[in-house]
Design a protein around this ligand. Structure first.
Ligand code: ZN
Ligand code: ZN
Length: 334
C-alpha cells in the first residue's frame, strides 16, 4: 500500500518561474513608470503601476488555474502524429502547469506491434522535452493496455521503462479486437460488458498501475453506434470496480475525451465519480487523452468541476509512481 502525502505540492517553485514570465510580458510598463519617477516625480503613478503589473497571489491563481493534463499521446503511439514538443508548446500556451505523456504500451501485442520499442522512444523523447521546456513540469508515463493479456510483456515494459505515472487501460477483452473495431449491433452486449468488467477487476486486483484510465470505455462506442445502455443496468459491476480501486489505493481517472465524442460526457460520468468518492475513493487524476495538440487540455476545467462537486479538495498527480495531492482552490500554493 502506498501512502498518500496530503497537501504535498512539488510544483510551486516551477510555477513561480511562470509568474515571472507573465510579468516579463509586461516589462515595458514598469520602465514607463520609472521614467515618470525620474522626470515627473510621479511616485503615485509608480506605486499604481507596480500594483497592477505584479498581480498578487490571489490574482495569479485567477489568471492561471492550476491545470494538469495527465493523459496524452505523442507520435510514439500508433494513433498520433504529434511530437512531444508540440504538446509541450500547446501546454505552455494554455497555462497547463503539469503535462504527463502517456503513450500506448499494449501488453497483448507488445513485441508483435513494436510497443517494446515505441515506449522506450516515448520516454526518451519526454526526457529530452524535460530539458528543453524548463517552465513546464513534464512527467514520463505510459498507458499500459490489457496488462493481464500479456503478463510477461507487462513486467518487461514496467521494469525496462521506469516512469512517473502508469495508467491501466482495457481497450479490448481477451481474444477480441479493440471495442473501436467491433460492430456492436452484432454483439451480445450484456455478455461483452460483463467480460469487460470482470477483466477490469482482474487488472485492479493485480494492481501494478497508478490510475484506471477511461472507465466505461465501451460506452464511447455504444454511443457512436447509437446504442443506449444505462449505467444503472451495471450498477453492481461498477460498484465492484470502484470498491476494488479504493481497496487497492489505485486512482480513478477522469478522461475528458468523451466530452468531445458522441457520448458527450467524461469517462466515467460525474455520477460514477461521486460514487467512487462516496465509497471512500480519494485519488483522482485528470487527462484529456489528446492525440493532437489542439485537443490538449480540453475538458479539464469540467473535470476539475466534477472533482469539486464530490467535495474532494485535491486532484492527484503522480511523480515517480507516488501520488501527490494538489489543492483545487489554493492551486499553485504560490
Ligand atoms: Zn486508452
Ligand atoms: Zn489514451
Amino acid at each position: 500500500m502506498r501512502s498518500y502525502p496530503k497537501g504535498a505540492d512539488m510544483s510551486a517553485p516551477r510555477l513561480q518561474t511562470k509568474v515571472f514570465s507573465l510579468s516579463n510580458d509586461r516589462h515595458a510598463v514598469p520602465v514607463i513608470a520609472l521614467f515618470n519617477l525620474i522626470f515627473f516625480q510621479g511616485y503615485a503613478i509608480l506605486i499604481h503601476t507596480c500594483v497592477n503589473v505584479y498581480p498578487n497571489r490571489k490574482d495569479v491563481n485567477r489568471i492561471m488555474p492550476f491545470l494538469m493534463d495527465c493523459h496524452c499521446h505523442s507520435d510514439s503511439s500508433p494513433d498520433s502524429k504529434t511530437p512531444v514538443s508540440e504538446h509541450c508548446e500547446q501546454a505552455l500556451a494554455l497555462n497547463i502547469s503539469t503535462l504527463c505523456i502517456t503513450d500506448h504500451c499494449e501488453a497483448n501485442v507488445y513485441t508483435e506491434e513494436g510497443y517494446d520499442k515505441t515506449i522506450r522512444r516515448s520516454l526518451s523523447q519526454t526526457r529530452e522535452a524535460q530539458t528543453a521546456f524548463k517552465n513546464l513540469e513534464i512527467l514520463t508515463g505510459m498507458e499500459l493496455g490489457q496488462p493481464m493479456q500479456g503478463v510477461a510483456h507487462t513486467n518487461h515494459a514496467l521494469e525496462e521503462n521506469p516512469c512517473d505515472f502508469v495508467l491501466g487501460s482495457l481497450h479490448n477483452v481477451a481474444g477480441r479486437p479493440d471495442f473501436y473495431f467491433l460492430d456492436l449491433h452484432k454483439e451480445n452486449i450484456p455478455e461483452l460488458l460483463n467480460t469487460y468488467f470482470s477483466e477490469l477487476l482482474d487488472m485492479i486486483r493485480w494492481g501494478r498501475f497508478d490510475s484506471l484510465a477511461h472507465l466505461t470505455y465501451p460506452w464511447r462506442y455504444l454511443a457512436a453506434a447509437g446504442l443506449s445502455v444505462p449505467f444503472s443496468d451495471y450498477k453492481e459491476q461498477l460498484d465492484e470496480i470502484l470498491q476494488a480501486l479504493v481497496r487497492q489505493n489505485i486512482a480513478l481517472e477522469i478522461n475528458t475525451s468523451g466530452l468531445r465524442q458522441d457520448m458527450r460526457q467524461a469517462m466515467p460520468s460525474g455520477e460514477l465519480v461521486n460514487r467512487y468518492v462516496s465509497l471512500g475513493g480519494r485519488l483522482i487524476t485528470i487527462g484529456s487523452d489528446a492525440h493532437r495538440a489542439e485537443d490538449l487540455g480540453k475538458g479539464l476545467l469540467e473535470a476539475v468541476h466534477m472533482v469539486r462537486m464530490t467535495g474532494l479538495e485535491e486532484i492527484t498527480v503522480y511523480r515517480k509512481r507516488e501520488p501527490y495531492g494538489v489543492n483545487i482552490e489554493k492551486g499553485n500554493q504560490l
